[in-house]
Design a protein around this ligand. Structure first.
Ligand code: FES
Ligand code: FE
Length: 377
């Protein structure tokens, strides 16, 4: 008999280990990820149209923080920690709202302008030596790209060009590829919010691989027949996944889509491209629309997702029927999230304590695991 310790790895040389189960269930691990990943990187927070008018605001969870994003009267976008500088009350408890010109804390009525400066505080005349300019809201870094507002609460954010734009374009091979979709000029035609009972890393891993596609995505595989082989477009077909010969558009039944985006390269006319911008954005590019997912992890076993379907403004303004277009990826999302929710409770099993394995077509997930380990170390 062979000594079990000297036996070759039962997984064999082509199966790589995953993260252990606790990485998906532990509150401690999640807290470390919030602090060391989500509070230090750029988060795609809201679409610009969520703040279409001066005075509109949104709040989003970013790591352990709530971040408040405002459109000021001059049109500029600002972001702050959603905490009153006086005694720390949550300034805005709503996910979205609109105010005329100021934000007033409901506790003792400190009042801030939409650019975060403290403009009024009752009875402060009794303390004339207090410098009001020192008590504005804590600023959070802001960038705008692809029509979205991106925020980073870190004191020194990482390079947006490298970690967001560079990361989004490197997988497409051609840095101009995403530019041709002119995403910033598109309009939100539909938004669906999902409340997923699964760890955020399960969602990322799922999006990165297509080994599951033939098993759970019948509609997607019909439109993109090469997915039947289980290879992920963004890693194995950098040219994009081609529509099937009888497929007219990226719709639930392969019927024609809506008006094409102008300016695409010939190679982009009948193909689907998928991009992951770690850690919380998934982008899908097809000839007539763009689908952008933003994930907001709120607990080790819960992730909120907002998914936008973006079209040419004329398509949305004309009231075009978008149902078949939206239904394809809405079904894909529900199929994916159901799979993630099926995994989540089993992550706590003794059977998964040391994790599972990645088959060769999933080996690129190892790079995501390495990234997570490096950032949370
Ligand atoms: Fe906001 Fe006192 S906590 S005014
Ligand atoms: Fe999927």
């Amino acid at each position: 008999m062979t000594d079990p310790a000297s036996r070759p790895d039962p997984a064999g040389p082509t199966l790589l280990p995953t993260l252990p189960g606790a990485a998906y269930t532990s509150a401690e691990v999640f807290a470390r990820e919030q602090e060391r990943i989500f509070e230090r990187v750029w988060t795609c927070a809201v679409h610009g149209s969520d703040l279409a008018e001066p005075g509109q605001f949104r709040t989003v969870p970013v790591g352990r923080e709530s971040v408040l994003i405002t459109r000021a009267l001059d049109g500029a976008v600002h972001a702050f920690l959603n905490v009153c500088r006086h005694r720390g009350a949550r300034l805005c408890v709503e996910a979205a709202g609109r105010t005329r010109r100021t934000l007033r804390c409901p506790y003792h009525a400190w009042t801030y302008s939409l650019d975060g400066s403290l403009v009024a505080a009752p009875n402060l005349a009794d303390a004339p030596d207090v410098d009001r300019s020192a008590y504005g809201l804590h600023r959070v870094h802001v960038r705008e790209w692809l029509g979205y507002v991106w925020v980073c609460p870190a004191a020194s954010p990482p390079s947006f060009e490298e970690t967001v734009i560079g990361a989004a374009t490197e997988r497409l091979g051609d840095p101009a590829a995403i530019e041709r979709y002119q995403v910033a000029g598109l309009r939100v035609g539909r938004r669906v919010s999902y409340d997923v009972a699964a760890n955020w890393k399960l969602l990322v891993e799922n999006f990165l691989e297509c080994y599951h596609c033939p098993a759970i995505h019948p509609e997607l595989v019909r439109v993109l027949p090469e997915f039947a082989r289980g290879y992920a477009a963004q890693y194995y077909v950098g040219h994009g996944a081609e529509f099937g010969p009888d497929v007219a558009g990226f719709t639930v039944d392969g019927s024609p889509g809506v008006e094409r985006l102008p300016g695409l390269a010939p190679a982009q006319e009948r193909r689907y491209y998928a991009i992951t911008i770690r850690p919380q954005v998934f982008v899908n590019l097809v000839p007539d629309h763009v689908i952008l997912h933003r994930m907001f992890p709120v607990a080790a076993d819960r992730t909120l997702v907002e998914c936008d379907w973006l079209y040419l403004p004329a398509v949305v303004e004309a009231g075009t029927d978008l149902d078949r277009s939206v239904e394809l990826f809405d079904r894909v999302n529900r199929q994916d999230f159901a799979a993630c929710e099926r995994c989540q409770p089993a992550m706590a099993s003794r059977a998964y304590a040391r994790g599972g394995v990645l088959v060769p077509s999933e080996h690129h997930l190892g790079a995501f695991h390495d990234w997570v380990r490096r950032l949370q170390a």
